[in-house]
Design a protein around this ligand. Structure first.
Ligand code: PMP
Length: 417
C-alpha cells in the first residue's frame, strides 16, 4: 500500500508552485497539487496496491491481509476454477488479443456466441459488445441520441451516462434522485421532442433501486424511450440474475439494457441489449464500438463461464443478499447511518469526505478495506463508505469487519443516523 510520503509531497507542491505560471495550461495541475489537502494532511490512501485475486479477504503489498468490503466482484467468481480455466484455454486457442475492430478483424466465433448467449439470458433480441462498461455507455448514448434530442437523467446516474449524453450533443435534463414526479414535469415540459429516459437500475454508490415500472409507465404516457444501466444488478438481482428489469417485470418494456463485465462477471467490457434493429444500428454507428478493438478471447471466455455460474448456481445470489442484509442490520444496530434498499450495496454515510478518508485509513490499519466515497462520485453530504458484499464473503471475515466498525464507533462516535 502507498503511504503518505510528506517530503515528496512537499517537493511536488513546491515544483507545482514554481513551474506552472498563470498563462500555462498546466496551471490547473499546479493549483490541484497546492490545494491537495488529502496528501498534505497525510490521509491520502487511494490507489492501494495488492497482489492477489479479489476474495473475501485479500493480501496487500504491505503483506497485511484485510477483509475486503469494497469489491464489485459480487459473485466471487474472479478465481473460480471454471472461470480461470476457461480464460486459460481461450488464450491457448485464440492467443492474447484480437488487435482489431469488431467490424473488421476483431470478431471471433466466441464473440458472436457470447452475444447470442447474453441475448438469450436477458430475453432480448440482440446484444452488442464494447470494450469497457464506461465506453459502452458512451457508445450507446452517442449513437442513439443527437443534437436536438433530450436525455432525462437521474441526478445520481453514473458518470459514464452523463458523458455519453454530453458526447451525443443532446440536451441533458436532470431530475432529483429517484424523484419521478420531477421526471414527469421534465417530460411534460419537453412534449413534442424526441426523448430518452436514462437511468441506473441499481445506483452504484447509494444502493438504491430505480422504480422501473413507473419509469416505463411515464415513458409510455409521454412517448419516450428508456435506457437502463444494469451494471451492478446483472448477476445479483432478479429471480434468474437478469437484474432489476427482471425483478420488476419490465424486461420487455425497456428499450436498451446496458451492462458491464467488470462487476459480477469479474472481467472487463460491456454490452448493449435490445431489439435487433436497434443493436444493428449501434453496431454500425457507435464510435465506441466501431473504433475500438474488440474484447480479448480470455475475457470473452471468462464472461461465458460466469454466465454459466449465474445460470447454474442461484444460491450465490441468495448468499450475496443474505450477507448484505446481515451487515446492514448490524451496522444500523450500532447506530450507523447505513440504509438497506435490498441490494448488495450498503452505504455507510458520514456526511463528510475528509472524515471518510480518515476512517478509511483507520480501517486499513485495523484489517478492513472499504471504499471511501465523496465528491465528485457523491455529494459531500452523502460522503462515507460504500460497502459491498459478495457470495464468497466468509461469516468470520464479516464479523471481524463488524468488530472494527464497533471499535470505530466507540472511539470516534461519528457516522450517526
Ligand atoms: N455504469 C455504472 C453504473 C458503473 O458503476 C460503472 C463502473 N463503476 C460503469 C457503468 C462503467 O463500467 P466499467 O468500470 O466496466 O467501465
Amino acid at each position: 500500500m502507498q503511504v503518505a510520503d510528506l517530503p515528496a509531497i512537499e517537493a511536488r507542491i513546491k515544483r507545482a508552485q514554481d513551474d506552472y505560471l498563470d498563462d500555462d495550461l498546466f496551471n490547473r495541475v499546479g493549483r490541484y497539487f497546492r490545494a491537495d489537502s488529502m496528501r498534505i494532511g497525510g490521509i491520502y490512501g487511494l490507489y492501494p496496491e495488492f497482489n492477489c485475486a479479489q476474495e473475501s479477504s485479500i493480501t496487500f503489498t504491505d503483506q497485511r491481509k484485510r477483509v475486503l468490503l469494497g469489491t464489485n466482484s459480487y459473485l466471487g467468481a474472479a478465481s473460480h476454477p471454471s472461470v480461470v480455466n476457461a480464460a486459460l484455454r481461450a488464450i491457448q486457442r485464440y492467443g492474447s488479443g484480437c488487435s482489431g475492430s469488431p467490424l473488421l478483424n476483431g470478431t471471433l466465433d466466441i464473440h458472436n456466441l457470447l452475444e447470442d448467449e447474453l441475448a438469450a439470458f436477458l430475453g432480448c433480441e440482440a446484444v452488442a459488445l464494447c470494450s469497457t462498461g464506461y465506453q459502452t455507455n458512451l457508445a450507446g448514448l452517442s449513437a442513439l441520441l443527437q443534437q436536438g434530442d433530450v436525455a432525462i437523467m437521474d441526478a445520481r446516474n453514473h458518470r459514464s451516462l452523463f458523458d455519453g449524453v454530453k458526447l451525443s450533443g443532446a440536451d441533458c435534463l436532470i431530475h432529483r434522485h429517484a424523484d419521478l414526479d420531477h421526471m414527469e414535469r421534465l417530460l411534460q415540459r419537453t412534449r413534442g421532442r424526441r426523448r430518452m429516459i436514462v437511468t441506473d437500475s441499481l445506483f452504484s454508490m447509494e444502493g438504491t433501486i430505480a422504480d422501473l415500472r413507473r419509469i416505463c409507465d411515464l415513458a409510455e404516457t409521454y412517448g419516450a424511450r428508456v435506457f437502463v444501466d444494469e451494471s451492478h444488478a446483472v448477476g445479483v438481482l432478479g429471480e434468474t440474475g437478469r437484474g432489476v428489469c427482471e425483478l420488476q417485470g419490465v424486461s420487455e418494456r425497456v428499450d436498451v439494457i446496458m451492462g458491464t463485465f467488470s462487476k459480477s462477471f469479474a472481467a472487463l467490457g460491456g454490452f448493449l441489449a435490445g431489439r435487433e434493429e436497434v443493436i444493428d444500428y449501434i453496431k454500425h454507428n457507435a464510435g465506441g464500438h466501431i473504433f475500438s478493438a474488440s474484447l480479448p478471447p480470455s475475457v470473452i471466455e471468462t464472461v461465458r463461464a460466469v454466465l454459466e455460474l449465474i445460470r447454474n448456481e442461484p444460491e450465490r445470489r441468495a448468499g450475496i443478499l443474505e450477507r448484505a442484509r446481515y451487515m446492514a442490520n448490524a451496522l444500523q444496530e450500532m447506530g450507523y447511518n447505513a440504509p438497506y434498499y435490498g441490494s448488495q450495496i450498503v452505504p455507510v454515510i458520514f456526511g463528510n469526505y475528509t472524515l471518510a478518508l480518515a476512517a478509511y485509513k483507520r480501517f486499513m490499519d485495523h484489517g478492513v478495506y472499504v471504499n471511501p466515497v465523496g465528491p465528485p462520485a457523491v455529494p459531500e453530504e452523502a460522503s462515507g463508505f460504500r460497502t459491498s458484499y459478495i457470495a464468497t464473503h466468509s461469516w468470520d471475515d464479516l464479523n471481524r469487519a463488524l468488530e472494527v466498525f464497533q471499535k470505530h464507533r466507540r472511539d470516534f462516535g461519528y457516522g450517526d443516523r
